[in-house]
Design a binder for this molecule. Structure first.
Ligand code: IPD
Length: 270
């Protein structure tokens, strides 16, 4: 119901703001490269882990029966049918280098922890460096600090500013390079901001016309996808379905089709 998703959004916002303050303060104290995951640039900082632990504790204190899917720790299966999908710091490399484009990303989804089958109920993305708080509730629109967001419409690909990301695994980067070669000559330009969550919020806010990326993980896009969709974006794979999120495109419907078509020409399917 509306009341239930409004309560979830309130809780998600409160927790995201607390996590944002924690991570921002920790960043001021300097960061340590604690370990690396799939490649040397996939940097996991101690702050990343501690921030996820904080979010998880706050969620489960308030809602002990919910599931929790985070980037850092093993998933927790809940019994309520509600799952929290969390990227404690999306844009870890920006965080590491002190570039002010990293975010706390929290989505509350229903039904299943499987991204192909869940229904997003509420989402919050906080950029602690700017203080921006993006949020959405299913059916309730997308908002930035009290202002309703609306994607840019009627922008042809030739005039579109696209956002993208390259992932960190070698095979994803190779595939991403092919897509980049296909799209770059057709568009106004392409940005690589470094946080999928903020890219999707930028589409919602109209500071990008579209975003696409291959090889995202559910926690990278869960919150941003709802925020973009509630601002009027079509979000999904080139086939149009939410599918596997092997490839995500977010844009106003017309531009979405143009991008999907260009990708199909390049032999990209998802
Ligand atoms: C990454 C960022 C980046 C995107 C990668 C993600 P992380 O998330 O969103 O922009 O290109 O695909 O993995 O690792 O910083 O949480």
């Amino acid at each position: 119901s509306d009341d239930a998703s409004a309560a979830l959004l309130d809780l998600a916002r409160r927790i995201a703001l607390q996590a944002a303050e924690f991570a921002f303060e920790a960043r001021r104290g300097g960061v340590s490269v604690a370990e690396t995951k799939s490649s040397p640039v996939d940097v996991v900082t101690a702050v990343d882990r501690d921030t996820e632990a904080l979010i998880r504790r706050l969620v489960l204190e308030a809602r002990p029966d919910d599931g929790f899917v985070g980037e850092e720790d093993a998933a927790r299966i809940g019994t309520s049918g509600v799952n929290w999908v969390v990227d404690p710091i999306d844009g870890t490399v920006n965080f590491l280098y002190g570039i002010p484009a990293w975010a706390i990303s929290i989505a509350v989804v229903e039904g299943s922890a499987d991204p192909a089958r869940w229904t997003a109920l509420a989402a919050v993305v906080v950029n602690p460096s700017t203080g921006e708080v993006f949020e959405a509730r299913a059916g309730g629109g997308a908002w930035l600090d009290g202002r309703r967001l609306q994607v840019n419409t009627d922008v042809p690909l030739s005039h579109a500013l696209l956002g993208t990301g390259f992932g960190y695994a070698a095979e994803v980067r190779r595939a991403q390079a092919e897509v980049l070669l296909e799209l770059l000559p057709l568009a106004r330009d392409i940005r690589r901001i470094g946080s999928a969550a903020l890219d999707l919020c930028a589409v919602a806010a109209g500071s990008l016309d579209a975003y696409y990326e291959r090889g995202l993980n559910p926690w990278d896009h869960a919150a941003g996808a709802l925020i973009a969709a509630e601002a009027g974006a079509k979000v999904g794979g080139p086939g149009g379905g939410a599918a596997t999120f092997e490839l995500v495109i977010a844009a106003a419907p017309g531009l979405y089709e143009e991008i999907a078509e260009a990708l199909r020409r390049a032999g990209v399917d998802a």
